[in-house]
Design a protein around this ligand. Structure first.
Ligand SMILES: Nc1ncnc2c1ncn2[C@@H]1O[C@H](COP(=O)(O)OP(=O)(O)O)[C@@H](O)[C@H]1O
Ligand SMILES: [Mg+2]
Length: 294
């Protein structure tokens, strides 16, 4: 484990920062081994901006939910494959990925699905091939519904499916938003975050009208928070604009997350008692309480 050269922030919450609402994380039940599973809620982790913590949130939230006995499926839906790499998969060596499932209706999920180091958490990996899917899908019938078709039968076996989206609002992300019940939006605590979120909300409304009327936003999670006036001001603005959407748990900035990528495992196992792991476990409880997982 690394030395503690950089001082880490303790757990930060919206409630504590602004001291104006109830501390709001109810206790939620962990599942025991005999409990039944499914049907899953499907959550797209989405923000058209890169580097805001989508992939980190997908891995860490997924691992936290799995710790609570949930059966979790992670779907890497970014051709960069960061989610797969972050879980220790060597993407160059993959024989098949989500791309094959998208392009070939006869491809079998069993051949693509991988177990992760986290008990109860599986992964459908992606690799650079997926970047060809936007073009490959153009002539498909119901091209926006391809991912939905793949995930529908899987929902019965899991309690939650998390889709890690690429940083764009192109056809792949439209597929994710069509397959999802819920959207979870990581917002980095920096100046243009809110503007980006408003655009994402517009797109969401269009998807609701045309493709997925039941789609809802489960919440915004503030990421990479620093104890600076700027970070705090941005967070205050997000809270002002969307008080009920903003999760109480705030994810602070810490180098620990970079280390986990290199280690190929989630923060919950790599640095189990770190503030980052604690924060994502708390977020997981909020997600369950908001109906994001069984
Ligand atoms: N809370 C955090 N504090 C510090 N670094 C973080 C945090 N969350 C993510 N990172 C790092 O920032 C980079 C971008 O995060 P990532 O989750 O890959 O974003 P995205 O998927 O939105 O592009 C990665 O190197 C990741 O390790
Ligand atoms: Mg990513």
């Amino acid at each position: 484990m690394s030395n503690k050269s950089t001082k880490e922030l303790d757990l930060v919450t919206v409630n504590e920062l602004f001291k104006n609402r109830q501390k709001a994380v109810p206790n939620v039940k962990s599942f025991a081994s005999g409990d039944s599973h499914g049907p899953a809620k499907t959550i797209a982790v989405v923000n058209q901006k890169g580097g805001v913590g989508k992939t980190t949130t997908t891995i860490s939230l997924g691992a936290s939910l799995a710790e609570m006995g949930r059966r979790v499926l992670l779907v890497d839906f970014d051709p960069q494959g960061s989610l797969s790499i972050g879980l220790g998969v060597i993407t160059d060596e993959l024989e098949s990925s989500i791309y094959n499932l998208l392009m070939d209706r006869n491809a079998s999920v069993d051949e693509v699905l991988l177990k992760t180091t986290v008990p109860g958490m599986d992964l459908i990996p992606s690799d650079i091939m997926l970047s060809g899917a936007e073009i490959g899908l153009v002539n498909e019938v119901a091209r926006e519904q391809s991912l939905k078709r793949i995930l529908a039968p899987l929902a019965l076996e899991y309690d939650v499916i998390l889709i890690d989206c690429q940083p764009s609002l192109g056809l792949l992300t439209v597929n994710a938003l069509t397959a999802a019940d819920l959207i979870l939006v990581p917002l980095q605590c920096e100046y243009f975050a809110l503007r980006g979120f408003k655009l994402l909300k517009e797109i969401t409304s269009k998807i609701q009208e045309r493709l997925n009327p039941d789609l809802a936003i489960i919440g915004i999670v503030a990421t990479m928070f620093e104890k600076t006036a700027h970070s705090k001001e941005v967070l205050a603005r997000i809270y002002e604009a969307f008080p009920s959407l903003l999760f109480d748990t705030v994810i602070s900035k810490t180098v620990r997350f970079n280390e986990t990528t290199a280690a190929g495992e989630p923060i919950t196992s790599y640095a189990s008692s770190s503030p980052g792991a604690t924060a994502y476990r708390r977020l997981a409880r909020e997600v369950i309480a908001r109906g994001g997982s069984r």
